[in-house]
Design a protein around this ligand. Structure first.
Ligand code: ZN
Length: 237
């Protein structure tokens, strides 16, 4: 099992770690700053620095079948560290920050468009959410204006953990109909955007909404009878 440091501090870019297992399909560490693919957010990329100074490029990060061990997928032909070795795990921070900004922007988009979310994807400084918006008309310019208003509020983003039972007693917290938050471990991670939003989420977010920067709504598409897909894009950090 891997200690997931990104859940407590999304701004930590590297850590020392011990190799648990090492195969071409993935290198497992006892702790990591690499976000493992899930919840619509891609797995991190970066490098492992081995004891002899050589580096293994990491092209993706995924959960192993046990959902508790995180596998760092090495580039083809990369040098594999031996089990028990100490390594430094370092993420591609530029890429991660783009995803943190996009992920947080999507939380705000779900505030601006207050409809049940049926799907979504966090990209690199861009992303999309699918809404079950019924008969509502989604106005591109209005959504963009309000989204930027919320970003400019510079609201604090924080997380806390609650017991599964508490979430079950408050099902209104769950905005995503298709992707239920991971339960069964006894606790669920809640992301709060001060005064604006509270929802279960396992992803990585910026600490204040102003870090998202200017956002534009790049498209609103019809996906089936009742679903609307809203795409957003962010400017440079
Ligand atoms: Zn989130």
């Amino acid at each position: 099992m891997t200690e997931a440091l990104f859940r407590e501090n999304a701004y930590q870019t590297e850590t020392e770690a011990t190799v648990l297992s090492s195969e071409p399909r993935g290198i497992a560490l006892d702790r990591t700053v690499f976000y493992a693919q899930g919840g619509g957010q891609s797995g991190d990329q970066g490098t492992l620095v081995l004891e002899d100074g050589t580096t293994a490029p990491i092209v993706n990060t995924v959960y192993d079948a046990d959902r508790a061990t995180i596998l760092h997928v090495p580039a083809e032909g990369a040098a594999l560290p031996r089990p028990g070795a100490r390594v430094i795990a370092r993420i591609d921070w530029d890429l991660r920050l783009k995803r943190m900004r996009a992920h947080t922007a999507l939380h705000l988009l779900s505030v601006v468009a207050p409809y049940p979310v049926t799907g979504g994807s966090v990209g690199d400084a861009e992303g999309r959410l699918d809404f079950d918006s019924g008969e509502a008309v989604l106005d591109k310019a209005e959504i963009e204006r309000r989204l930027n208003e919320l970003i400019a509020l510079d609201a604090a983003v924080s997380h806390r953990w609650i017991a599964d039972a508490e979430l079950e007693a408050n099902p209104g917290l769950i905005k995503t109909m298709s992707v239920k938050p991971p339960m069964g471990t006894g606790r669920v991670r809640l992301i709060a955007i001060e005064g604006l939003d509270l929802q279960p989420c396992g992803g990585t977010h910026v600490a204040r909404t102003s870090e998202i920067g200017p956002a534009s709504v790049t498209g609103i598409e019809k996906k089936g009878k009742i679903n609307r897909r809203v795409r957003i894009a962010l400017g440079p950090a």
